[in-house]
Design a protein around this ligand. Structure first.
Ligand SMILES: [Zn+2]
Length: 426
């Protein structure tokens, strides 16, 4: 295939995926908004005795505001992606960084600098959106607890952590791409897999505590109850933590994280404050259900398999000149400097429109895992308590009770309240 033909094919496939994914997202978002608006007036019958009209309408308005904002962010993201690719943004950035860095410092620093420059620009462009989301939408609905000062501190901290972890990882991947020949993608996959496994241990133990405080339970009666349940479920006795989620947001949550020694169940203080002891036990039993069914492990295996496919694809694409030209970038001439960073950036940038179409499969397996964890909680604790705890969680987070069913299929990692509570005894 001639280069120009290959390049135009790449452009066309990319444009079709981008238009199809953005179009589908907009269509789904407008369905969701219509559905929520249509059901805003009255609380659904199944919740009439437990949720007030006021709370129901608060959830509807919050969902509408979030979805509307999501559409704006989506449109801006698509425009930006076109700007980086077909309109020549990445090409111009690459030419500039290349001329600046290669003569002075050589190849690997150039590749790292290209990634760095791209991340800084992307981060700065993202900042106003994140600011608006926090200080307008979350604020307006009474969820934000973050001060502008904390926002800036978080930004500085996460940038520093990202640099400290990302730079060595990226440098090793780029080195592997250059040093291991045609099978580099397999080596890179091994590196990536090792890194992900390491992060499962490092993140809960060393990184999350940079942003939040994690404490053992203080309430002695509750602690006794929690211990008893954890022992019954075969979970390490010291794995229960309370996190000061109230530092940033009024949203409540609980989650299961880590592998091996870092394995833990984390409750936000905001959720803990709202639940009765029996409800805490039921939610904990749900989280232990994820542990029992090895959901963290399954999800990681899925990510490993997907990244192997992705890297193998990139291993092939990176050698096709049409991949670069078709996405608006002139690759560096062979023998001058490497194209690995360019290939990696282009790939990471253009993958999401394609991945969007497997999102429903991933969401479905996640919802299935939630049902399994709920069933485990019913067996080990009490379904009625789980039911009332979940109801508080849905209400406190202003999750709509009436989402569009198709929107749920695409995006929801957790079943909507109606389906989830229907599966539980009351
Ligand atoms: Zn869960």
């Amino acid at each position: 295939m001639s280069l120009s033909l290959q390049a135009s094919l790449v452009s066309q496939v990319f444009c079709v995926a981008l238009i199809a994914s953005v179009g589908t997202r907009f269509w789904l978002a407008s369905r969701q908004m219509r559905h929520v608006r249509q059901h805003r007036a009255a609380v659904p019958a199944a919740f009439a005795s437990t949720i007030s009209t006021e709370a129901h309408q608060h959830a509807a308005d919050y969902t509408l505001a979030k979805t509307r904002f999501g559409m704006l962010a989506e449109a801006l993201g698509a425009a930006l992606l076109l700007g980086w690719t077909l309109l020549g943004g990445l090409d111009a950035l690459n030419a500039w960084v290349h001329d600046l860095v290669v003569p002075r410092w050589g190849d690997l620093p150039y590749q790292l600098a290209l990634f760095g420059a791209f991340s800084v620009i992307g981060g700065l462009l993202d900042l106003p959106l994140e600011w608006y989301r926090t200080f307008h939408i979350e604020q307006q609905f009474g969820f934000n607890r973050m001060s502008p000062r904390l926002f800036v501190l978080d930004l500085i901290k996460s940038t520093a952590v990202g640099l400290a972890i990302g730079t060595p990882l990226l440098a090793s991947v780029l080195w592997v791409m250059g040093a291991t020949g045609n099978w580099w993608w397999l080596w890179a996959w091994g590196l990536w897999t090792g890194f992900m496994l390491l992060m499962q241990v490092v993140y809960p133990l060393y990184i999350a505590p940079l942003f939040n405080k994690f404490k053992p339970l203080e309430d002695a009666t509750l602690a006794g109850r929690v211990q008893a349940l954890m022992q019954r479920c075969g979970f390490q006795a010291k794995g229960f933590f309370v996190m000061d989620g109230s530092l940033r947001s009024a949203h409540g949550n609980a989650y299961f994280a880590g592998l091996g020694k870092s394995k833990r169940v984390v409750f936000y203080d905001t959720l803990l404050a709202r639940l009765l002891p029996a409800e805490v036990e039921a939610v904990l039993a749900h989280e232990l259900g994820h542990f029992h069914h090895k959901h963290v492990l399954h999800r990681m295996l899925m990510i490993f398999a997907l990244s192997l496919l992705g890297l193998a694809l990139l291993g092939w694409l990176a050698n096709q000149p049409g991949f670069y030209f078709g996405l608006g970038v002139t690759p560096n001439l062979p023998g001058t400097s490497s194209n690995h960073a360019l290939a990696l950036l282009l790939f990471m940038m253009t993958l999401p429109p394609f991945l969007f179409f497997i999102a429903p499969l991933i969401a479905r397996s996640s919802r299935k895992a939630e049902f399994e964890a709920d069933a485990y909680a019913c067996a080990q604790s009490n379904g009625a308590d789980l039911s009332s705890a979940l109801l508080k969680l849905y209400e406190d987070n202003a999750s709509t009770l009436t989402p569009d069913p198709l929107y749920v299929r695409f995006y929801y990692s957790h079943p909507p309240a109606s389906e989830r509570l229907a599966a539980l005894p009351r």
